[in-house]
Design a binder for this molecule. Structure first.
Ligand code: SF4
Ligand code: SF4
Length: 111
């Protein structure tokens, strides 16, 4: 995952692991993430996830509120070259557990 401590040297910060597939898991947050964000007073994160709840429609992830296709995690930013997780220090468990190269979506993946 982008900017990961263990993977900082190898992660290309392309952000592909933060596109729709992983983003769908971010929307479906674990209780431990929710409790941590409440404890950290991160209502900004909770508000975004609640306001932008997402559902799969076929192979598209769409906003339950607007019906628009969601292409990536709402916390992903790109400067035109590299991507950044804007909540990196408190990112969800699913993102902490993602190891670069562990999925075919990652350019570091080796068969
Ligand atoms: S929370 Fe951060 S690391 Fe996780 S998918 Fe979103 S942008 Fe990527
Ligand atoms: S897909 Fe791989 S290289 Fe790209 S940001 Fe995620 S972990 Fe890094």
């Amino acid at each position: 995952m982008i900017q990961g401590a263990k993977s900082h040297e190898s992660c290309k910060r392309c952000g592909k692991c933060c596109l729709a597939n992983i983003a769908s898991l971010v929307y479906d947050i674990e209780d431990s993430d929710r409790l941590r964000w409440i404890a950290e007073n991160r209502n900004d994160i909770l508000r975004i996830l609640e306001n932008e709840s997402a559902v799969w429609m076929g192979d598209h992830l769409v906003s339950a509120k607007t019906g628009k296709i969601i292409h990536s995690c709402p916390f992903l930013q790109c400067d035109g070259i590299f991507t950044t997780c804007t909540i990196y220090e408190t990112r969800p468990i699913v993102c902490r557990n993602f190891t670069p190269g562990s999925s075919e979506i990652c350019p570091l993946y080796k068969k």
